[in-house]
Design a protein around this ligand. Structure first.
Ligand SMILES: Cc1cc2nc3c(=O)[nH]c(=O)nc-3n(C[C@H](O)[C@H](O)[C@H](O)COP(=O)(O)O)c2cc1C
Ligand SMILES: Nc1ncnc2c1ncn2[C@@H]1O[C@H](COP(=O)(O)OP(=O)(O)OP(=O)(O)O)[C@@H](O)[C@H]1O
Length: 153
């Protein structure tokens, strides 16, 4: 049984996330997704949604066998617990394969590191970035929005 791990923030889910997780799942028999804690997302604006909601949405995807809240402090705690055969990084994830491989070796974890492919937009108006989705929401529903939702939540 080949166990695969994928990870990410997974704030506002989009087809790019689905592609990544399906790509990762193809590396083995069982895919575990680790959902980043807000405090560990320091390389970009913090996610809008809480970790539990982001975990639940990832868990609902067919490609994912189990989704886990990431460890608040040590990103290798879930890795040591799951003991995966493969860790698949996202196509643009800010982690270096060699650094991860070295960290795994230091911990005596026998696991290879792969990188998933990108999903390119299929439709003119497709948004394949959680951040871009947030930006569009602000643009269309923000304080100086033109399609005001008067009186509604
Ligand atoms: C091997 C690995 C294990 C990770 N484990 C955790 C974790 O336990 N807790 C956590 O908050 N984030 C964890 N992360 C996620 C990172 O914290 C980082 O925020 C995440 O990779 C965000 O990537 P993104 O910008 O693609 O969403 C892990 C990342 C990797 C590569
Ligand atoms: N278009 C895409 N194609 C393939 N993988 C993607 C795509 N978009 C995101 N991913 C992957 O999904 C994982 C989680 O990404 P993340 O949660 O950072 O979402 P994001 O949409 O990339 O966020 P943002 O664009 O706001 O940084 C990462 O490993 C990332 O590489």
């Amino acid at each position: 049984m080949t166990r695969v791990v994928a990870q990410g923030t997974f704030d506002l889910l989009h087809p790019g996330h689905v592609h990544y997780l399906e790509d990762a799942a193809a590396y083995g028999d069982e895919l575990h997704a680790i959902v980043a804690r807000r405090t560990n997302v320091t390389h970009k604006p913090a996610p809008i949604l809480c970790a539990e909601q982001r975990r639940d949405m990832v868990a609902a995807l067919d490609a994912v066998d189990e989704a886990h809240l990431g460890h608040p402090e040590d990103v290798f705690v879930p890795i040591e617990r799951l003991d995966p055969d493969v860790i698949v990084l996202g196509f643009d994830q800010h982690h270096d394969e060699a650094d991860i491989a070295d960290a795994l070796a230091e911990r005596g974890i026998d696991c290879r590191v792969e990188r998933a492919s990108a999903r390119d937009p299929r439709y003119d108006d497709e948004l394949l970035s959680s951040g871009d989705i947030v930006d569009r929401i602000v643009e269309r529903r923000g304080p100086d929005r033109d399609d005001a939702r008067d009186g509604r939540r």
